[in-house]
Design a binder for this molecule. Sequence first.
Ligand code: NAI
Ligand code: MG
Length: 355
Amino acid sequence: MHADIVVLPGDGIGPEVTTAAVDVLQAVAQRFGHRFSLHEHLIGGAAIDATGKPLPDDTLAAARDADAVLLGAVGGPKWSDPNASVRPEQGLLAIRKALGVYANLRPTKPHPAAMGASPIKPHLLAGVDLLVVRELTGGIYFGERTRTAESASDLCTYTVPEIERVVRRACLLARGRRGHVTSVDKANVLETSRLWRDVASRIARDEFPDIVIEHQLVDSMAMHLLSKPRAYDVIVTENMFGDILTDEASMLAGSLGLLPSASLGEGCVGMYEPIHGSAPDIAGKGIANPYGTILSAALLLRYSLGLSQEAACIEQAVDDALDAGVFTADLASDGTAVSTREAAAAVLARIAAPA
Ligand code: NAI
Ligand code: MG
């Protein structure tokens, strides 16, 4: 097949990890006889530097026309002046909203070889396989903001349709898994959470009688995620809670650099990115873990292009590289760390000549 893929490297380690994923996509194209046309565009701080805007019009237009979008990360100290009128993160929020990718799928399945990097005891990690579905285009990240010298406010709003569609997506995904959904909110305090809980209960009851749904408050969820992670299958939650809980979930896998994501809507282009940020502390050193972005490319093939065999090939290659102990510095503890390029090369070699 032929597919047009827009690549948005962004800032910090974004270009390093997207380069690795692009190489992997080209290797898959080569092996399976596809043609992927990859076009790079600006977003975030890099776009602000070049055009003054965090999301230039031609970037959005190209993303809309593409078959899929692969993104690195945006942001960094260079653009963090609190008084700046434009910020890199505005570009990311704007493209998610404009594309309508309201459901952000963040799977976590600790790999046995990488578990040593996790601070959680191994017996708690065995068999963990969870999928967080984070609402991505609503909530407090998109609410009205105010700021005076003495106060500031961020408004959190959710509408019934916004909750319905993401809960429905989570329930559908649970059908293909273990049939269990945990809806996470703060319904003891927040009105948006009480609405969330009502809607989630109704959708599950009326449309998914085969799915078991339970509700969990976000604070105790943060604890249970570490104390009994095996208990969870699909976790669905609002934007900010999902953001925070998935960085926490990454510690089950051993590193933030391992987790991929897929951002999906209805009848729109899908966007794929690792869950981490631009990691300014390690940017430019060539040591970032590229696996989260490479695995995001696998999700791109599966969800946007329908190439499940090719997606599985990438996932197997990453699994095999981890089994072989090909670890970047975030995973290696004993001086055996490889560079971003070496980790990517290990995956490429396994795609070209599978074990
Ligand atoms: P971060 O996710 O960039 O980094 C957190 C920690 O994890 C750092 O110590 C970093 O070195 C490490 N890390 C992250 N990805 C890694 C990888 N692939 N390999 C090895 N280590 C990795 O979060 P932080 O430091 O809070 O934010 C830095 C910047 O990134 C900020 O400007 C923030 O706004 C932005 N950001 C952007 C996101 C995006 O573009 N989707 C998401 C989160 C943050
Ligand atoms: Mg985050």
